[in-house]
Design a protein around this ligand. Sequence first.
Ligand SMILES: [Zn+2]
Length: 241
Amino acid sequence: MTGSPRLLDPRELAAARVLVVAPHPDDESLGCGGLMAILAAGGARIHTLFVTDGGASHLRSSSWPRERLAAQREAEAAEALARLGLGRHPRSFLRLRDADMPAPDSSGWSGARDTVRQLIACFSPELVLLPWRRDPHRDHRDSWRLVTDAMGLAGSPALTLEYAIWLDELGAEADRPRPDEGERVAVDVSHLLAVKRQAVAAHVSQTTTLIDDDPEGFLLTEATIQRLTGRLEIYVRPCGG
Ligand SMILES: [Zn+2]
């Protein structure tokens, strides 16, 4: 899949109910914060599903044990949603273990999939924003599979758009979208760049030295933030999706 993506007018999507799937708190803002803000401003109801607890970013910190960090990341997610104009929109936290999700088809996996299936059956999204299916981060791939499996079980006819976070930095050639898999589309979010960057900045534990006792802890680099907060948000619209 090469060449320039087709510019997508969000009004084409005509979605009143949108499910956003974030493997970790921060992926929603980095990957699709602009489109979320556009759709919410247009009157759509947006349910954001945070799949993992985000508790693995600073595993060596003694002052921020996993439970404290996970709670912090939920608070950051709520602040990011508010900054995107989604303060009153619903959200769910599945609280699977960051970087340690249940193996596909294990009992833990089936339980999580059933929770997502129920959410989809109740909310009936017309559009689902998903992580790219072969994003190099395993939690992103597993989140894609968990939610697409749940959509299949629920018989969801929703259109899907997939956003990549780590593909351009860490992906192998085989991870990239193939021409037969779908169409690359772009949403112009240039009027929302400040809003989107403020939403990313709400994830203080991932963007600042708030946690200062784990030298190996994860931080988003300025280069990654710049790359993902440009004028266009890029999605893959799968064939038949
Ligand atoms: Zn992520």
